[in-house]
Design a protein around this ligand. Structure first.
Ligand code: TYD
Length: 203
């Protein structure tokens, strides 16, 4: 069994969490051992940091924000990802690309600093595959209206910048698959399952 780390990325409301859960159910059905993680969040300590970050009352400076996201990632990496590498399939809701898309392309934080911090925590670790969920420009406002965390206050332009960032990161890379949220959920589920079949050799 070839175990991989597979990430679901995309802006808020893009359907990434729905499809991660659907993929997890698919693996369960196939009796494939796997772990589900989310960022920010995941391990016990990371969930505490998630509460801090996403509370409506929080108003951290953007550099503080970055460091908390990275602190949460560090907890996940050392406590969950590393010990399970090559043992189980690991599914993650957001990872390094979210930090580049939101903190660099969205908030303008220097990219080299973000890259160095990620390298400091993760060393040479790289995820195996990323499903990137894309929302049509005209649908962005509609999708984020349904969200309740503090990111509600960001405008459509912020999300456009973040999504363009995700697209740049995936550009010309073989280990990304774009999932378009204007397709039906069932169709996208099929596309994702097919990719899983080849990624982790499911018969
Ligand atoms: P998300 O899991 O989508 O929260 P929810 O499902 O409750 O809406 O992500 C929370 C927010 O965190 C999201 O707006 C993106 C942001 N985020 C960053 O800005 N940088 C990061 O590195 C990560 C992991 C998330």
């Amino acid at each position: 069994m070839y175990n991989k780390v597979i990430v679901f990325e995309g802006i808020d409301g893009s359907g990434k969490s729905f499809h991660l859960n659907a993929a997890s159910n698919y693996l369960k059905k196939k009796k494939i051992k796997h772990i589900k993680l989310r960022e920010p969040g995941g391990s016990k300590n990371s969930e505490k940091l998630r509460k801090l970050l996403l509370s409506n009352k929080s108003d951290f400076e953007k550099k503080t924000d970055l460091l908390i996201y990275l602190s949460a990632r560090s907890e996940n990496f050392y406590k969950i990802i590393k010990p399970n590498l090559k043992k189980k399939v690991i599914l993650i809701d957001r990872f390094v690309d979210s930090t580049i898309a939101y903190q660099h392309y969205g908030f303008g934080i220097n990219r080299n600093i973000i890259n160095s911090l990620n390298r400091f925590i993760l060393g040479n670790f790289k995820v195996d595959f990323t499903f990137l969920h894309i929302v049509k420009k005209k649908d962005i406002r509609k999708k984020i209206k349904t969200k309740k965390n503090r990111y509600d206050k960001f405008n459509k332009n912020f999300y456009l910048k973040a999504q363009n960032g995700f697209l740049k990161l995936s550009n010309k890379k073989k280990n990304y698959l774009k999932i378009y949220s204007d397709e039906t959920k069932d169709r996208n589920k099929q596309i994702i399952q097919k990719k899983f079949n080849s990624l982790i050799k499911i018969k």
